[in-house]
Design a protein. Sequence first.
Length: 330
Amino acid sequence: MKTKFTKETYLYWYELMLLLRRFEEKTGQLYGMQKIRGFCHLYIGQEAIAAGCMTATKPADKFITAYRDHGLAIAKGLSAKECMAELYGKATGCSKGKGGSMHFFSKEHGFFGGHGIVGAQIGTGAGLAFAEQYLGTDNVVLCFFGDGAARQGILHETFNMAMTWKLPVIFICENNMYAMGTSVERTSNVLDIYKLADAYEMPADTVDGMSCEAVAEGVGRAVTRAREKGGPTLLEIKTYRYRGHSMSDPAKYRTKEELEEYKEKDPINQVLKVIQKNKWATEAEIEAINERVKKEVEDCVTFAEESPWPDDSELLKDVYTQADYPFIVD
């Protein structure tokens, strides 16, 4: 069975996606135990997007996304330990325990959030791309948003500016069909979100988000265009979240049959089948990967449990760059 990608790529995809899946499953469990509080949006089912995007980019490229950010953050290089600690609100978290689930951040790894305001990251993503263009790098920015955010006005203003300036940004709509809980069919006359790019003569495409291969190829084409100063691309990557919009969502707006239909296309199982058909790993080697991922998740929970809470003195830090900003605290 011939493939367009190497054995190493498939093994990378399998371990990465398995880590994202197990991390999110543990997160859901801990949320139910009230170890994690506040808003929490799981990435379960959408892992092929994170994996495929990593294969199509280089470490210096920047990622920015919405509040469903755990999977993309870990894929970009943030450790499971610092991510779980952030979910716990601990000082060792990637945002010092101040951001929580929706606001993961790491300048070191080129991951610029984690944004709770719907669509806010679209404009900021274009701003990151402008910075790369201004500095003369060949880096690109992947700006992720959901199908719900595609209805925000900032998208149109940003698309117009990005095309005018030919910014090196790939706008990626992770279309999981239901936004918070309302299907695309009920919110727009334009059901194919990638067609929104037509008004700006922006290149656009639709991609199978349940396939690592399709994501890597689609994003790869857009990245190449951006690096060659061809400007932005809109990709509508069609995917499916197995859980509700957030932990408080029972997801009663869709049928069990629809959910099971998408689980049949599960990206982790699809990649594993390719590995097995090509005999790229023995059952013992696959089990070793499974155990390694299991231990990494267990270790990150232990790390979060044992980490300290932020000190009271941290309350007014990291708000402004001015160290002595005159806060009124009375």
